[in-house]
Write a protein of this length. Sequence first.
Length: 82
Amino acid sequence: MEVAIRKMGNSQGVLIPKPILAQVGLEGTADLQVRDGVIEIRAIHRNPREGWADDAQRLAAQGGDALVWPEVANEGDDKLVW
């Protein structure tokens, strides 16, 4: 399919027809790269919590997991029976 390269503000772009976006599952954001002179646009499929466990371990090792706020108690909390 031949498409026109259009001026978009200070940049240039290509309008991608909706059926093509749907065919490859692109919506919202995409991964854009240039490899061997070819522009690649790929759908991003990742777990929203990917890497959290590694980041938590790294923060703990650096001491970055300390409380930001001191523990807060209400008056009379020490008299409560749980």
